[in-house]
Design a protein around this ligand. Structure first.
Ligand SMILES: NC(=O)c1ccc[n+]([C@@H]2O[C@H](COP(=O)([O-])OP(=O)(O)OC[C@H]3O[C@@H](n4cnc5c(N)ncnc54)[C@H](OP(=O)(O)O)[C@@H]3O)[C@@H](O)[C@H]2O)c1
Length: 285
């Protein structure tokens, strides 16, 4: 039996839906049964647990052989604890294979706020004795579109401290398909790290140009200084997000999200979604 965490979220919900469509024995883990992800039907098999409640995780993992462990999504400190609880429960319930969604920006020198969280979970998995597969995901195309481009359409100017940094963005749908693919034969992928990215590296100038053309809206990119960004973000967002986004931008400026790999295609047999197609699909939805 496969269990997918974060099943009320986008990636977990989509991965679970893909497994159930193939007729595989799979359940989703949610905190609240009323929050099923990505349009999952009412009869979707679910188990209730919270990353902050180790006993609930052990109950949810009972009889599970493969765990699709979608990383948590809160502050870095809470995520460190959540991920440790999941790994401890997986060990205690003798889960055979764990597939974890990490990030490509895992380097010890990375300035990104969330990098140590993912490095810690990867270390925890390696030291756990469990069979693991790590999907190091590039920056989500969804994040670029929803968090950066859509708000920028209001003024026609996208302004971030990313300099000439490039991003090989991957869509969350592609990440979900990669997760579901590994779940079908986890032993074959044990001990492997896949760096999942989109097909091309684009600068923020390119992203603005592609989105402007696909959405038929004026948009240009003007890089700003980290200090200007932090000031603007601090007026708009609560902690830790100004720091998280400004360190993400620094990491992008340092080229840490640039490299496009062929890992997605090798893993799934499909081409990853280009940003242009992603925006056009999002617009037609
Ligand atoms: N590579 C990137 O660019 C990028 C960007 C953003 C995020 N991420 C990571 O990618 C993951 C998947 O993305 P997504 O878009 O699917 O995220 P999402 O839709 O926000 O889903 C996050 C999931 O985590 C669950 N969760 C949070 N706290 C929990 C807890 N204490 N116990 C149990 N479940 C908990 C949420 O459950 P509830 O519905 O109950 O809150 C939700 O199902 C994120 O969680 C994050 O770690 C990556």
């Amino acid at each position: 039996m496969i269990l997918v965490t974060g099943a009320s979220g986008y990636v977990g919900g989509k991965a679970l839906a893909a497994l159930l469509r193939q007729g595989l024995p799979a359940v989703g883990m949610v905190r609240n049964v009323d929050r099923r992800g990505a349009g999952l039907p009412a009869q979707t098999p679910l188990r209730v647990a919270d990353y902050d409640d180790p006993a609930s995780l052990r109950r949810a993992f009972d009889g599970i052989t493969t765990l699709l462990f979608v990383s948590s999504d809160v502050t870095a400190r809470d995520m460190l604890r959540h991920h440790a609880h999941v790994i401890e429960a997986a060990v205690s319930q003798k889960i055979r294979s764990v597939v974890f969604t990490s990030i490509i920006d895992i380097d010890a020198q990375s300035p990104f706020y969330f990098t140590p969280v993912y490095r810690d979970a990867e270390r925890g998995l390696r030291e756990s004795g469990l069979a693991w597969t790590i999907l190091r995901c590039g920056l989500y195309s969804d994040l670029v579109l929803n968090e950066w481009i859509k708000p920028a359409l209001l003024t026609g100017t996208l302004s971030l401290p990313t300099g000439a940094g490039q991003i090989a963005a991957i869509s969350r749908d592609d990440v979900a398909l990669a997760l579901a693919t590994v779940a079908t034969s986890p032993i074959k992928h044990a001990g492997k790290i896949y760096e999942l990215t989109g097909p091309e590296s684009l600068s923020l100038h390119d992203f603005a140009k592609v989105a402007a053309s696909a959405l038929a809206r004026p948009l240009r990119f003007i890089p700003c200084s980290p200090a200007d960004f932090l000031q603007r973000a601090s007026a708009e967002m609560k902690d830790p997000w100004p720091h998280a986004y400004s360190t993400l931008c620094r990491s992008i400026a340092e080229g840490r999200y640039q490299r496009a790999t062929d890992a997605y295609e090798r893993l799934t047999g499909h081409s990853p979604t280009s940003f242009e197609r992603f925006v056009r699909d999002a617009a037609s939805d």
